[in-house]
Design a binder for this molecule. Sequence first.
Ligand SMILES: [Zn+2]
Length: 145
Amino acid sequence: MSERLLPAPGVTPETEAFVAAARAGRLMLPWCADCGRTHWYPRALCPHCSSTRLHWKPASGRGTVYSHSTLQRVAVPFTLAYVTLDEGPSMLTNLVDAPASGWHIGMAVRVQFQAAEDGTPVAVFSPDQPGSAGLARESGGGIAR
Ligand SMILES: [Zn+2]
């Protein structure tokens, strides 16, 4: 199967730290120092309490498929999804490494990073199969659990 080149996400002051960690193969999430909750997408104010005291913490890179849709009537079909991360927030993302018929709601998935058309790493998710090397295979490092 040929791969679809992901569009460049653009890097903003709110996403610089996320992209820097992604270049090292690590998924990071913004956390609020005032209410203790995390969120996605990155932004200047906490969406739960409007605090500006946000900081980044490593995430597990694991989640479950909340919803998914495969675009078939394009040159290279691809699957978009909302993945609910183990830490709580849901992320709009791409699902990779399985056929369109291979996805189901509630399926366990694991992050990996694919280079967008401008080289920026983009978080995508693949099936989290028991015994898979996951992040360690992709980056030589990954997140210890
Ligand atoms: Zn907050």
